[in-house]
Design a protein around this ligand. Structure first.
Ligand code: PEP
Ligand code: MN
Length: 337
């Protein structure tokens, strides 16, 4: 249930509303904008008489949330959520560019790619150390050694780090090295993983599951938010359809839809979304034109010899050219890089 508090209500009066609802077994979340306090009361409300709550003096309005993802909804938090990661304010007017290899393969590779993506204008370096590969015989990532390398390569170029975590038991380790922890498409509904990433209080990059509806994706974000971590970045990375020419079908509809429904930042991964190097730039340009808050792009200094996802990885000069184009589009849609 969403409660709007009367303008000018005293702090003790607001606290009393929250305390009484907590005593009835609900969890309370609060937002405030221009002096307007809103409370979301979530959980089993069978013991609460909402008609009576409506008559409490500090309460102006009580309304059921229009969507099941209450904390992720704009109804609860009308303004965009913005948070800082390194040099970037994610969700702000400034677009975030996250780029790097699919997998960290070694020192030389990571340092070469870090230099290239930083030089082109990225502020966050991506790189998987724990890789969810379709085949158990494919390269599975370098684990903690990969995270160590990624951190050093990123630090050498002033970049923040995003890296995937596959297992609740890895969360603490990945969070020690990364500024943003990535939950992959295959794990979007791994609820114990979502609980664990909420606990470490680092921003979470939540990829859309390959067969997830937008509502299911936002409900996964709700798991993180309701467990106390409000820093969620949604990432559209393509869904599975009957189309087989591209690896996935990049759902650009999701950008304006999510922007309307939710205050959370939304970025797009055109690398996994297309699976084809020459389709990455057009879809990246389209994503920014459609209102995405940033991009997650695979870049490799030697894509033909990448240990994973080479066919969809951009070479550094292709990434540099793409950033130049993105900068121009950003200007048109009122964003900066
Ligand atoms: C990745 O980012 O390398 C990855 C495995 O992505 P996804 O979870 O979207 O497949
Ligand atoms: Mn990949």
């Amino acid at each position: 249930m969403l409660l709007r508090i009367r303008q000018g209500a005293s702090e003790p009066a607001v606290s009393e509303v929250a305390t009484r609802l907590r005593l009835a077994g609900l969890a309370l979340h609060r937002t405030e904008r221009d002096g307007q306090v809103r409370l979301a009361a979530v959980g089993d409300d069978s013991a609460v008489d909402w008609n009576e709550v409506k008559r409490w003096p500090a309460v102006e309005q009580v309304e059921p949330a229009p969507v099941p993802f209450e904390l992720a909804s704009r109804a609860f938090r009308p303004a965009d959520t913005v948070f800082s990661v390194g040099r970037c304010a994610i969700g702000s007017e400034q677009l975030v560019l996250m780029a790097g290899p699919c997998s960290v393969e070694g020192e030389e590779q990571a340092f070469a790619i870090a230099a290239a993506v930083a030089g082109a204008g990225a502020t966050v370096m991506r790189g998987g150390a724990y890789k969810p590969r379709t085949s158990p015989y494919s390269f599975q990532g370098l684990g903690e050694e990969g995270l160590r390398i990624l951190r050093r390569a990123a630090d050498a170029h002033g970049l923040a780090v995003v890296s995937e975590v596959m297992d609740p038991q890895q969360v603490e380790q990945v969070a020690r090295y990364a500024d943003i922890v990535q939950v992959g498409a295959r794990n979007m509904q791994n609820l114990s993983l979502l609980r664990e990433v909420a606990r470490v209080q680092k921003p979470v990059l939540l990829k859309r599951g390959m067969a997830a509806t937008i509502e299911e994706w936002l409900m996964s974000a709700e798991h993180v938010l309701s467990n106390g971590n409000g820093q969620v970045i949604l990432c559209e990375r393509g869904i599975r359809t009957f189309e087989s020419y591209t690896r996935n079908t990049l759902d650009l509809n999701a950008i304006p839809v999510v922007k309307e429904l939710s205050h959370l930042p939304v970025i797009v991964d055109p690398s996994h979304g297309t699976g084809k190097r020459d389709k990455v730039a057009p879809m990246a340009r389209a994503a920014i034109a459609a209102g995405a808050d940033g991009l997650l792009i695979e870049v490799h200094h030697d894509p033909d010899h990448a240990l994973s996802d080479g066919p969809q990885s951009l070479a550094p000069e292709q990434f540099t050219e793409l950033v130049r184009q993105i900068r121009a589009i950003a200007g048109v849609v009122g964003r900066t890089l």
